[in-house]
Design a binder for this molecule. Structure first.
Ligand code: SF4
Ligand code: FE2
Length: 631
């Protein structure tokens, strides 16, 4: 079964049946128990911002309650609810980044946190204006840069340092529209304030402030998260990996790493290689220790270490249902609170590690930045000692996995592009070949496809369908998050996937020796996509909004994705959402999102749940951009 180009994931049904047989509850049982979901909630017109509420107003201007008790109408209520989703998403990405920066602040020559990419450290220190960035002692510089990065969260004046990467035209738009983000914490706090009872009621102003807050994620928290992780843990390089539940090895102690923050995962990767712990596993009758990744932790670890990906968001329960996972260890974000209960249907131990995401129901081993390895070692020992508790009658690991190439950081992508040029006569180390391919029409354009799974959409179907439609039309795809893992499982991250492409993209893939869908990492790594697009815009001397490039989140579910969509639109890229956010209860707010915002940023949100139709819209969008550029 391995290495086929799958339509989409085919193993869900068998494992859901297995869960029923094992008496285990899954998300599908809970979805069925909820019956019809709340229409007011779905339309975004239920307000519970104050305790005079909850106020549910009518979606129709002709009948039913038009205003909440305070007088807020549907436009205000929808706008405020949307804004608070942007706050939630921005907080998550940015607080993740803060932890990375803290770890860098604690880095030292002989401690567990080290600087592995000195070159990148010096480059970013220079970019941020630190004097003598090329000569300062490595760790002194790392600590200085970390302190400066911590100020990005709370500095009293000025805007985010990374904004200067953008084309001048874009920076001017952000200034003009007052959406250049200041300190990250300030943007979140001020938007929470604005949307408090009795503050802003003007939907346009609330949307504008939502964009600015989200910008502090994309060009602030997420970009810091990505760049500083690279400095500490290494710039991802092209490497082979495997993906899907078949990477769980029934003969080894399996540890499923789930969540987002590479700090814990990196320490577990180190500890899992400890010969004493491997020996201990062998004494327990296992062949070794097998660490597998889930969700964005999976992306981070596969990009830097080739650790195999067990699956994406909707597979977190299925991995446990295989009956062969000794420990599911998690940090933050996208973790079902259902997992500890599910783990009890098997022998699996569920371990949460972050004080920010303490999950009730099984074990908690706190990850302490000052002694990070002890938590990692305890997790591994727990897994090893749990191997003997496996119930062989409940073990059923699907023999399904796909070969995958991962690791397309901006640096690695530029390195791959160098294969397209004549190194004797042309400049190397730039994005010029990518611009040339797009300008020549060999590639029609590019799409960043990102985001989660959502049970409102057949899992992975929208991701894979959209990617296949676009590569068929010579649009190169860059992917992150669970979208990247969907692509991995479907075999789209392999060189052979070029056979599914149009002539131009196929030729480009052959010349650069890359797959047509490039794995760029985790959700915070959407900042890599922003950076790459920015480099191309700067190289061509155009604004980001002029490029034949789009963003898409076909199956998203989280607040983080709402913030992402908002910073991608603010960055000038039309963003195609396959799931409706909770805004349909206000026609006026929808109009602002799909049309009004275009006048501010040159881009808008597009709602389209059918991935075939979304692909048609994207192609029309890309061709329109090409015509306007005269290419
Ligand atoms: Fe109702 Fe207004 Fe309170 Fe919202 S803020 S719950 S609309 S009274
Ligand atoms: Fe993620």
């Amino acid at each position: 079964m391995s290495n086929e180009l799958l339509e989409f994931d085919v193993i869900a049904e068998a494992l859901i049946e297995k869960a029923q047989k094992d008496g285990a509850e899954t998300m599908w049982d809970r979805k069925a128990a909820l019956k019809t979901q709340c229409g007011f909630g779905e339309g975004g017109i239920c307000c519970r911002i104050c305790v005079m509420g909850p106020c549910r107003v009518s979606p129709s201007p002709d009948k039913g309650a038009q205003r909440g008790i305070c007088g807020a109408d549907r436009d205000t209520i929808v706008a405020r609810n949307f804004a608070r989703m942007c706050c939630g998403g921005t907080s998550a990405h940015s607080d993740h980044a803060r932890d990375i920066v803290h770890a860098m602040y604690h880095s030292s020559e002989d401690g567990p946190f080290k600087i592995r990419e000195e070159g990148k450290l010096r480059k970013i220190a220079a970019e941020w204006g630190i004097e003598e960035a090329d000569t300062k002692e490595t760790y002194a510089l790392a600590h200085e840069l970390a302190e400066m990065a911590l100020m990005e969260f709370g500095k009293p004046f000025g805007t985010q340092n990374f904004l200067k990467r953008a084309p001048k035209s874009r920076q001017e738009i952000w200034e003009r529209e007052n959406i250049a983000p200041r300190a990250i914490d300030q943007e979140v706090v001020t938007l929470m304030h604005s949307t408090h009872m009795g503050c802003a009621s003007d939907p346009e102003s609330i949307l504008r402030r939502s964009l600015r807050t989200s910008m502090s994620d994309g060009w602030g928290g997420s970009m810091i998260g990505t760049e500083f992780s690279d400095i500490m843990y290494g710039v991802p390089k092209e490497r082979a990996s495997e993906s899907n539940l078949g990477v769980i090895d029934p003969e080894q102690v399996n540890i499923m790493l789930h969540g987002h923050d590479p700090n814990l995962a990196e320490m577990i990767a180190v500890a899992s290689k400890n010969p004493e712990l491997i020996e201990m596993a062998k004494e327990q009758g296992a062949k070794g220790i097998n660490v597998v990744g889930m969700c964005c932790t999976g992306n981070e670890m596969t990009m830097r270490h080739g650790i195999k990906i067990a699956g994406n968001f909707y597979q977190q329960e299925m991995a446990i249902i295989t009956g062969a996972v000794e420990v599911a260890v998690v940090d933050v974000q996208c973790i079902f609170p259902a997992l500890p209960k599910l783990a009890k249907s098997y022998h699996t131990r569920f371990i949460s590690t972050s004080p920010k995401a303490k999950i009730a129901g099984d074990m908690y081993i706190e990850f302490n930045e000052e002694d990070p390895l002890s938590c990692a070692e305890e997790v591994i020992k727990t897994a090893v000692m749990n191997f003997k508790n496996r119930d062989a009658s409940k073990v059923d690991v699907p023999e399904l996995k796909a070969e995958t190439i991962v690791g397309y950081s901006v640096e690695t992508t530029i390195g791959a592009l160098d294969r397209v040029v004549n190194s004797q006569t042309d400049v190397t180390g730039t994005v010029k070949p990518l611009g040339d391919l797009v300008w020549a029409g060999v590639l029609r354009g590019a799409a960043g496809i990102v985001g989660c799974n959502n049970p409102k959409v057949e899992h992975d179907y929208a991701h894979i369908t959209l990617m296949k439609e676009l590569i068929k039309n010579d649009v190169i795809c860059v992917v992150t998050g669970c979208a990247a893992q969907a692509a991995a499982k479907a075999g789209l991250l392999k060189l052979e996937a070029k056979e599914l492409c149009g002539r131009g993209l196929k030729e480009a893939c052959e010349r650069a020796n890359i797959p047509p869908v490039l794995h760029m990492g985790s959700c915070v790594d959407i900042s890599r996509i922003l950076h790459l697009v920015t480099l191309v815009a700067n190289e061509r001397g155009v604004d980001i909004a002029e490029l034949p490039v789009v963003g898409a989140a076909p199956e998203y579910m989280s607040e983080k994705a709402v913030a992402i969509a908002s910073y991608v639109v603010s960055s000038g890229l039309n963003t195609y959402l396959g799931v409706m956010p909770y805004v349909s209860g206000s026609e006026n707010f929808m109009k602002l999102m799909t049309e009004g915002v275009k006048e501010w940023t040159g881009a808008a949100y597009v709602f389209e749940s059918d991935p075939i139709k979304a692909a048609e819209l994207i192609m029309a969008d890309i061709e329109d951009k090409r015509t306007k550029l005269g290419i």
